[in-house]
Write a protein that binds this ligand. Structure first.
Ligand code: TRP
Length: 395
């Protein structure tokens, strides 16, 4: 763990750029670390602290008008927050297309929590016909983790690349940028960005300290650069929408601050929640492989992991029948809801669970079956991806 991350409480006060101490029960969210209970009320607090917006009924109506439907991940509020989503939809409505931009730090194998925002990004690409830039920040992960070797990062970069391609993005509209490989495209913009951001701002937003290595301090403009690259590629100011988990918001906050000074639009965002691990109410992490379902896991392992998951159940069957269980804190319920159940199924599951008419074993077995099938299918797509790497690469 890099030392700078230990005491970052990015409780940015939106009015005066100052920071409050994190409350003990709140989620601590930085681009490199997430701790705390992932309950709905804590996400509401994050919206306030980060100064983002919740996704209003008006925006949902606009999405419905433009695409004819509303994606279940928006309906279920998995994507729960945004900046300028209304603005970008209005632009689109007036005939101005937008780019999508998202990314991955290759610090480990991919677990299915990572995939959810990518599937949503593909959906947006299909619905809006958007071009997509997908950044792989191999430099960031090398700089952040002082114990990791370049070979390890490079191996994860390749493995993650296969997962990204397996999502099925439109190859004609998608370019993957690997920072260390495509730095020549990023560097000219990154230096313009870097010149506009002071150390004092970077410290305040990212929590850098005197013991942070200077590579980390200099990194944020590299992640900001793809926000402006579309305008350079297209040779006109081009709106960009970033679908990402909310932990990446500090990057966009500094990027938005300087965008107009450089003659670009501020990047818009749509923020997701975190999918927790199967063990507790924390962010799912691939560094704890026993609780994360990896796309490279063998089907038997997937089943085993699901069957030993944490649930919101009671200690005994009779108590569960009598008192019901707690779906609100149950990762098994959440996985079924976000990945596999439709709205009606999920609602019925919730009611049956709460009223004691459903035992955890049944949900686990449903989830084990679904995830096993999912992983088998996804692995086949990963195999095919091996021949498509060049096709997706940024030139
Ligand atoms: N920093 C991100 C990570 O560690 C990777 C990333 C780069 C990213 N650009 C992005 C994520 C844009 C979301 C959107 O995972």
């Amino acid at each position: 763990m890099a030392s700078h991350s230990r005491n970052i409480d990015i409780d940015m006060d939106k009015d005066n750029n100052s920071y409050n101490k994190n409350n003990k029960n709140d989620i601590l969210v930085t681009p490199w670390e997430v701790h705390g209970d992932l309950e709905d009320k804590n996400y509401v607090k994050l919206i306030e602290k980060f100064g983002t917006q919740s996704i209003s009924q008006e925006i949902i109506e606009k999405i419905k008008k433009l695409t004819g439907e509303v994606h279940p991940l928006i309906k279920s509020q998995y994507f729960f927050s945004h900046r300028d989503l209304d603005w970008i939809l209005n632009k689109y409505e007036k005939g101005e297309p937008f780019y999508l931009y998202t990314g991955r730090g290759p610090s480990g194998f991919i677990h299915i929590g990572h995939i959810l925002p990518w599937l949503f990004t593909k959906y947006l690409q299909d619905k809006f016909g958007s071009k997509l830039l997908f950044q792989i920040t191999d430099d960031e992960k090398f700089l952040y983790n002082v114990g990791i070797t370049k070979e390890t990062i490079s191996n994860y970069t390749y493995e993650n690349l296969l997962d990204i391609i397996a999502i099925g993005f439109n190859p004609k509209l998608t370019k993957i940028i690997i920072d260390t490989k495509h730095i020549n495209h990023l560097y000219p913009i990154a230096t313009e960005i870097a010149r506009k951001i002071t150390f004092s701002t970077a410290k305040a937003v990212f929590g850098f300290t005197n013991t942070t290595n200077i590579g980390m301090i200099g990194f944020p403009p590299i992640q900001a650069a793809p926000c402006f690259l579309p305008s350079i590629i297209e040779k006109v100011p081009t709106p960009v929408l970033i679908p990402a988990a909310i932990d990446q918001d500090p990057y966009w906050r500094v990027t938005r601050d300087i965008a107009e000074k450089l003659g670009f639009y501020k990047p818009a965002q749509i923020h997701s929640k975190f999918l927790p691990s199967l063990s507790r109410l924390y962010k799912m992490s691939s560094s704890k492989p026993e609780t994360a379902i990896l796309t490279i896991d063998e089907p038997e392992i997937v089943e085993k992991k699901v069957l030993s998951a944490f649930t919101g159940g009671q200690p005994t069957i009779s108590l569960q029948r009598k008192l019901g269980a707690n779906a609100d804190i149950c990762p098994v319920y959440w996985y079924l809801k976000y990945f596999f159940d439709d709205e009606k199924e999920s609602f019925e599951r919730y009611i049956k669970c709460k009223s004691g008419n459903l035992l955890c074993g049944e949900c686990k077995s449903d989830l084990a079956n679904h995830t096993r099938d999912f992983v088998i299918e996804f692995k086949a797509k990963r195999e095919k991806a091996k021949d498509k790497v060049e096709e997706y690469m940024f030139d």
